[in-house]
Design a protein around this ligand. Structure first.
Ligand code: DAT
Ligand code: MG
Length: 140
């Protein structure tokens, strides 16, 4: 597997609890390099565009409200097999099902307030990176 880039978000529940550094340590320990990073505060509409794929799900409104409730840290992570590696370090969506040592097992509060987002495929990674970053902001 070649070197890939993936898109990551440290979500409001984690920024609220000052967990940015602890979460970044998990990424770096796993061999993921943070090649772009910024702190932003989304509007609910911007969160809605980002999560448009979930628009028909019952939790969509709550999800967009949550993502706009406080600042987030958006990131590009780079490394060998970065998409799968990041999903592994994140752990399962529901923290009750996340493996020991994963970010969601250690830090997530609930299935909704689950501390991190990570792209699930190369196509979504490309779209998500382009939504938040210009080429000049990514320094590999
Ligand atoms: P993931 O973030 O692991 O890729 P997903 O893409 O299925 O998970 O869902 C996106 C986010 O939506 C997830 O991180 C938290 C929220 N979510 C998913 N399922 C939920 C549920 N059953 N109740 C509340 N929020 C949920
Ligand atoms: Mg997802």
């Amino acid at each position: 597997m070649a070197v890939q880039r993936t898109f990551s978000i440290i979500k409001p529940d984690a920024t609220n609890r000052n967990l940015t550094g602890a979460i970044n340590a998990k990424f770096e320990e796993a061999g993921l390099r943070i090649v772009a990073q910024k702190r932003i505060h989304l509007t609910k509409a911007q969160a809605g565009v980002f999560y448009a794929v979930h628009a028909e799900r019952p939790f969509y409104d709550e999800l967009c409200e949550f993502m706009a409730s406080a600042p987030i840290v958006v990131q590009v992570l780079e490394g060998e097999d970065a998409i799968a590696k990041n999903r592994e370090v994140m752990g399962a969506t529901n923290p009750a099902e996340a493996a020991e040592g994963t970010i969601r097992k250690e830090f997530a509060l609930s299935i909704g307030e689950n501390s991190v987002h990570g792209s699930d495929a190369p196509e979504t990674a490309a779209v998500e990176i382009a939504y938040f970053f210009s080429g000049l902001e990514i320094v590999g």
